[in-house]
Design a protein around this ligand. Structure first.
Ligand code: PGA
Length: 252
């Protein structure tokens, strides 16, 4: 069985009391985990520092975005080639990038393509907004984000899909287990249709949106649930550790 992913998305923040304090608390709690694979996606600037600090730890390092070109005149951007030196993961198509920076599914598909080309594991984020949900369009929206987002790759090796409904992110109210379960099924169906029957072992599906130490047990025990992407709660080392500990305790 693959370990459950607990990926911290620090966004444009650093943990309370700083990186060193966070790692002093989290590294000892994340050695010899049986059921959890931890990971951290910090702001770009701190990636090299974390690369050094995480040496000999079990924590994976990831980026929060990349550009879809190899190199060139793209002021302010960063390429897969540059990230590859330090990272094994990269978040792509987070709803904040789609909504605030107008990233399109087409651009996201190019980012997925370049990430996989450089052996970075993409975490493709998909999810509907509140209006789409109220209009019963959640499945349709997520399906179309997946179809276009994955249109430029033929191989599903090492792919992570994060279901992150916009209305749950940062709201303190996670989606209900029933909602999450339904969308996992939709995602698995689309993935299976595209890549074939064997995706259970190659494509991991995770959930993000107000994950906390209080709701993790209900989320992580859902069928076909491979982990979580954690924003706010990942800035507090105690909360992050509790999420990890709860999973270690409940999974057998
Ligand atoms: P949240 O963020 O846990 O603060 O809701 C999750 C995310 O945006 O990835």
């Amino acid at each position: 069985m693959d370990k459950k992913l607990v990926i911290a998305n620090w966004k444009m923040n650093l943990p309370n009391k700083g990186i060193v304090h966070f790692l002093k608390s989290v590294i000892p709690e994340t050695t010899n985990l049986q059921y959890v694979q931890p990971g951290i996606c910090p702001p770009y600037l701190f990636i090299p520092q974390l690369f050094e600090l995480l040496d000999n730890s079990s924590i994976l390092l990831g980026a929060q975005n990349l550009h879809y070109e190899d190199n060139g005149a793209f002021t302010g951007e960063i390429s897969a080639q540059l990230l590859k030196t330090y990272c094994s993961l990269v978040i792509i198509g987070h709803s904040e990038r789609r909504r605030l920076f107008h990233e399109t599914d087409e651009e996201i598909s190019k980012k997925i393509q370049i990430a996989t080309h450089f052996n970075l594991t993409p975490i493709l984020c998909v999810g509907e907004n509140i209006t789409e949900r109220k209009n019963n369009h959640s499945s349709k929206i997520v399906t179309s984000q997946l179809i276009t987002g994955l249109s430029k790759i033929n191989n599903s090796n090492n792919l992570i899909i994060a279901y992150e409904p916009l209305w749950a992110i940062g709201s303190g109210n996670a989606a209900t287990p029933t909602d999450i379960e339904l969308m996992i099924k939709v995602i698995r169906q689309v993935i299976t249709k595209k890549f074939g029957e064997d995706t259970q072992n190659t494509v991991r599906i995770i959930y993000g949106g107000s994950v906390s130490e209080d709701n993790i047990n209900k989320i992580i025990t859902l069928p076909d649930m491979d982990g979580v992407l954690v924003g706010n709660a990942s800035l507090d080392p105690l909360k992050y550790n509790n999420i990890v500990k709860n999973i270690e305790t409940i999974i057998t």
